[in-house]
Design a protein around this ligand. Structure first.
Ligand code: GLN
Length: 217
């Protein structure tokens, strides 16, 4: 029997450059993934998925841009690595913000407005319906949160609050404007881990096939 037949828990990185990452690592583990902190481009090697947590997107962009991590993230995500971006992480995965240029990873066809809920209390909690996750609403904690200002035709908006998109999915990417990791919500991390597992199994299958071809030669 080959090792490829038992791929194990998918390895899911949590960007740990800036912002809150411990709760995400816990959520990844609870969802069945094997979490790993990501600080450098090298840390991305061997990962099956990644979480981009909240924090401050400008700081994140500057720090990760200077170290080459931003380019490595673009390459990994552009190459199909599944990713979950929450709050500042959602901003990082957007193609643009309404507020002018800042370094982003990109990948999702959305334009986001930073600190969009400005006139409401800057942080608040709300029950948000996310039909794609089932009938139970999400206990959503918004902290200086962005919203989705525009979404391209390939984007599935998963949830809205106050008339604006606050969660979405496109291909290998899922984003939330709120912080699921702070309310014990696990379903977004489960989506990510499921995707990461599928990617890991596909890679293991391809490696096994290559091995068989080599052995057959
Ligand atoms: N306001 C932050 C930004 O614009 C995001 C806040 C958060 O991640 N909690 O980057």
């Amino acid at each position: 029997m080959s090792a490829a037949a038992t791929p194990g828990r998918p390895r899911v990185g949590v960007l740990a450059v800036q912002g809150a990452f411990a709760e995400h690592a816990e959520a990844v583990a609870a969802a069945g993934g094997d979490p790993a902190e990501v600080r450098t481009a090298r840390d991305l090697l061997g990962l099956d998925g990644i979480v981009l947590p909240g924090g401050e997107s400008t700081t994140l962009g500057i720090v990760a841009g200077g170290s080459g991590l931003l380019d490595a993230l673009r390459a990994a995500i552009g190459g199909g690595m599944p990713a979950l971006g929450t709050c500042a992480g959602m901003i990082m995965l957007a193609s643009a913000t309404t507020g002018g240029p800042q370094p982003l990873v990109g990948g999702m066809d959305i334009v986001v407005r930073r600190n969009a809920f400005g006139r409401q209390p800057r942080s608040f909690e709300a029950e948000v319906a996310v039909p794609a996750l089932g009938p139970e609403p999400v206990d959503a904690i918004f902290i200086r949160a962005p919203w989705i200002e525009r979404a391209g035709p390939g984007v599935e908006v998963l949830a809205s609050h106050a008339g604006h998109g606050v969660a979405a999915r496109q291909g290998n990417l899922v984003v939330t404007a709120f912080h699921p990791e702070l309310s014990g919500e696990r379903r977004f991390h489960e989506l990510l881990v499921a995707r990461a597992r599928a990617r890991r199994e596909a890679a293991a299958g391809a490696a096994e096939e290559r091995g068989e071809r080599v052995r057959a030669q």
